[in-house]
Write a protein that binds this ligand. Structure first.
Ligand code: ADP
Ligand code: MG
Length: 589
């Protein structure tokens, strides 16, 4: 399921304008200030036709026009200055709205439940943070303010027209209402196309992420051409839908423009006749025509705002979908265990678990007990559910049935931050983040001192590597640590975990990542760590397994047997077979 599967339900629940007001609320006074300045700009502009009428009157009666000219110049300058200030304040506010939305979204995405991440496309989520939030800028300035100030200016202009000449006003109003009906039909089409354009941008992000995340594999598979098609198709779709939205927007804008021209000609005809009969004087007609001309800007502002709002509404809905994805409660970061803290005890009690409601169970009643201290090895064929044990201990997922306890307390009652601060987790594929080696090591303990770092490097035998690297610890390791070897990546992950002084170390051993020398050294380290810490290791090496204090044999989501190597070789046929065939015998095993 992709994120967009929920789109219909979300947009039904909260209307976009409510969402928009939520983002705007913290900046409402700045927005109001900007809107008032825009209104003043509109009002000073509106005074111009009246001054012009006076000027023409003065001319006709051979009076001096200096005063009127001065007034006109002052108005024009004031208009420009206030307009500039208003524009700045509005843009400032709009950028703040974008910032607010981005911050809220990033905070939410970092706390997403892993189950929600499993169902999402990272590239699409990224597009929602970077691209969709940007659209809030225009929707804030142009739509919110545009509809407000444009609407007010429009209203004021119409009132002025009504006061100047009711007959010409009625003519103008008729034309404007006609245009509004046409525009009302066009607007929903803009929304639909914008929505699809943004979804396509998301799809493009997802396709790109897929490729750039595994560019070496794509190249090695000679799949550039095919992969490129997917991105091109998404880009093309975004283009197609954006062009469609542009077409409808242009049509709406020009319908508005056309209605003003029509009003202008009609007013000229009707007004001309009224001047001829002496119903109005020529100054009134000129003033009225200027008003018609002035109608252009607020009408286009309102129509543009409505069109823009449709694009913004699509983006708001996509942002909201991401914010509706289930997240863990935000908690304060918990302190790491103090040096020498008691090792943890872990127990699974009849745990049944599946990754999603529509997937088969992965654990069918898993039960085992691990006392504090010592090393427990988990062995079993691939897919047995060993890594899942670790994911559950980290509370990346919650078990459907049964109980998992740490120090005798149900994990469900542990504060997640406090739980994770007690654990050092080395994942199977030993992920290394881009950035420097140092960034990677102190990721789990930013307060680690230079001494701690040196000790961790020595323990994991990374000290030699650091000496060789051109910039030592500050050497950049590349995207996902591609500049390191597999074994080095794993040792970085172990050093990182050790720097957290964990009460419980989870080590998901990668198959054949370490050479014999480093492996033997690490095994000694792990044995050392196990004296003061509880160590759980998913083991693929006979050398690791034989060293364990107890071995949990898993198969197809069940625990088959628990015991020592000596016991299990005779007691459990599967274990005996694994020991004979599948374990990677290392040099000194
Ligand atoms: P092991 O580590 O013993 O090889 P895992 O615990 O990784 O096995 O996986 C057990 C089963 O759960 C496998 O069948 C795997 O396909 C499935 N599985 C693992 N992770 C997920 C996930 N995130 N979503 C759905 N199924 C998963
Ligand atoms: Mg595994």
């Amino acid at each position: 399921m992709s994120v967009s599967d929920t789109e219909a339900s979300v947009s039904r629940v909260v209307p976009p304008w409510r969402l928009l007001l939520g983002y705007v609320r913290p900046h409402r006074w700045a927005l109001l200030g900007g809107a008032v300045l825009s209104l003043i700009t509109g009002a000073t502009g509106l005074a111009l036709p009246l001054v012009a009428r006076g000027l023409i009157d003065d001319l006709q009666h051979d009076r001096a026009i200096t005063g009127a000219l001065l007034a006109m110049s002052a108005l024009v300058v004031a208009n420009a200055a206030i307009g500039a200030l208003g524009g700045y304040v509005l843009r400032y506010t709009a950028e703040s709205v974008v910032l607010g939305a981005r911050r809220a979204l990033v905070s939410h995405l970092l706390r997403l439940r892993i189950a929600a991440v499993d169902r999402s496309e990272p590239g699409d989520l990224m597009a929602r943070i970077t691209s969709d939030t940007t659209l809030l800028r225009e929707v804030t300035t142009d739509s919110l303010v545009g509809i407000g100030t444009g609407g007010l200016t429009l209203l004021a202009t119409l009132v002025m027209m009504g006061l100047v000449d009711p007959v010409l006003f009625a003519v103008t109003l008729g034309v404007v209402v006609g245009a509004s009906v046409v525009i009302g039909v066009i607007v929903p089409r803009i929304n639909r196309a914008s929505r699809q354009a943004q979804n396509a941008v998301g799809a493009m992000g997802a396709a790109l992420e897929r490729i750039l995340g595994a560019l070496r594999t794509v190249k090695a598979s000679g799949a550039e051409h095919r992969e490129e098609q997917a991105v091109h198709a998404a880009a093309q779709e975004s283009w197609r839908q954006s062009v469609k939205a542009a077409k409808w927007s242009a049509l709406a804008g020009n319908t508005a423009g056309l209605s003003i021209q029509v009003a202008f000609i009609t007013v000229l005809a009707v007004g001309g006749a009224r001047v001829a009969t002496g119903a109005i004087d020529i100054g009134t007609l000129v003033a009225f025509l200027l008003f018609v001309f002035y109608l252009m800007s607020p009408i286009q502002q309102v129509v543009g705002a409505v069109a823009q709002y449709q694009t913004g509404a699509a983006a708001l809905a996509r942002i909201e979908e991401a914010r509706q994805l289930p997240a863990e409660p935000a908690t304060e970061p918990a302190p790491l265990p103090s040096p020498g803290a008691e090792p943890a005890a872990v127990a699974f009690e009849n745990v049944r678990f599946r990754y999603a409601d529509d997937l088969p169970y992965v654990h069918h009643g898993v039960t085992f007990t691990v006392p504090p201290r010592g090393m427990t090895a988990f062995v079993g064929p691939s897919g047995a559910g060993k890594t899942t044990v670790f994911s559950l201990i980290e509370r990346f997922y919650d078990p459907g049935e049964g109980r998992i306890t740490l120090d005798g307390q149900d994990l469900a009652h542990w504060d997640v931050s406090r739980l994770r601060s007690a654990i050092g987790y080395v994942e199977q594929d030993a992920p290394v983040l881009s950035g420097s080696l140092r960034d990677n090591l102190v990721l789990g303990n930013p307060d680690a001192g230079e001494d701690d770092l040196l000790r961790a490097l020595k323990t994991t035998r990374l000290d030699g590597l650091v000496d060789r690297l051109p910039n030592g610890l500050d050497t950049l390791v590349g995207h996902r640590g591609t500049k390191l070897s597999g074994g080095e990546r794993q040792r970085v992950a172990i050093a990182r975990a050790l720097l957290r002084r964990p009460r419980l170390l989870l080590l998901d051993e990668a198959t054949s990542q370490l050479d014999a020398v480093n492996e033997a050294a690490l095994r000694d380290t792990v044995a050392d760590v196990a004296r003061t810490t509880t160590v759980l290791v998913v083991a693929h090496r006979l050398s690791t397994v034989t060293m364990a204090d107890r071995i949990v044999v898993m198969d197809a989501g069940e625990v088959r047997a628990v015991g020592t190597h000596r016991e299990l070789v005779t007691a459990d046929p599967l274990y005996a077979e694994l020991a004979a065939t599948q374990f990677l015998a290392s040099a000194d095993a």
